[in-house]
Design a protein around this ligand. Structure first.
Ligand code: PXP
Length: 247
């Protein structure tokens, strides 16, 4: 039987809207609680080095408020390691970060940084925090993730989603084949497989249908959709579309 598919909701962009005006609203903690009530299986938040959306106090407040697992997304820096160890999330998801980018544009280069990352994740493993690495669908990155003992890889779906959304279906199918193959490969190596970035009602189906993928992390599209239909309805519709594709 295919493993159930969890839905993690990324609430960063509630904080983006709040920060556009300063002040306290809309509150990302309220969004996290609404997401949980709507059936989210986890909450993801990314504390970026420039604090452009989620801030340190948000992370602490979200962790204290929610009952589902917290996935703490971050760059592999000393500052973030210290904060994450104090926050004690269920998992940390290491992502590459460049200040000039609008969002996380590529996967983490684990293969060329494996010694440093192996040392970097050791304190998390000691603390019982699961370690996820956000990588592109490349064999050398999956191999490096296995080598350093990552618990999870999150496959970067951004290229697949862009190609789908632009109607470039042949290239999309080639990227989907890479994601499919790397999901299988990682699973065979004993790594838990997640996926995320750029997912929407329209493009989520083929990713949700991959049996090795057990969690999707979705943010920007759902927070945007919530403007029109509300967060509860947006999350429930995503759940429905995912479940339909899974069966
Ligand atoms: N997963 C990771 C590792 C990410 O960096 C992001 C974007 O912050 C997401 C999932 C969610 O992507 P989106 O906001 O495009 O749904």
């Amino acid at each position: 039987m295919t493993a159930p598919l969890r839905l993690g909701i990324n609430i960063d962009h509630v904080a983006t809207v709040r920060n556009a005006r300063g002040g306290a609203v809309p509150d990302p903690v309220r969004a996290a609680l609404m997401a949980e009530a709507a059936g989210a299986d986890g909450i993801t938040a990314h504390l970026r080095e420039d604090r452009r959306h989620i801030r340190d106090a948000d992370m602490t407040a979200i962790k204290a408020a929610i009952s589902v697992p917290l996935n703490f997304e971050m760059a592999a820096t000393a500052e973030m390691q210290k904060i994450a160890l104090l926050t004690r999330p269920n998992a940390v998801c290491l992502v590459p970060e460049r200040r000039e980018e609008r969002t996380t544009e590529g996967g983490l280069n684990v293969a060329d940084d494996d010694n440093r990352l192996a040392n970097y994740i050791a304190p998390f493993k000691d603390a019982g925090t699961r370690v996820s690495l956000f990588i592109g669908p490349e064999e050398r990155q999956v191999a490096a993730a296995a080598k350093i003992g990552a618990d999870i890889i999150e496959l970067h779906c951004g290229t697949y989603c862009d190609l789908h959304d632009e109607g470039r279906f042949d290239e999309r199918d080639a990227e989907l084949a890479r994601l499919t193959s790397m999901a299988k490969h990682a699973h065979a190596l004993g790594i838990e497989v997640h996926a995320g970035h750029g997912l929407s009602f329209d493009n989520v189906g083929p990713i949700a249908a991959l049996p090795e993928v057990v969690e999707l992390n979705i943010g920007h599209f759902l927070i945007g959709e919530a403007i029109f239909t509300g967060l509860d309805a947006a999350i429930k519709e995503m759940r429905r579309v995912m479940d339909e594709a899974r069966t």
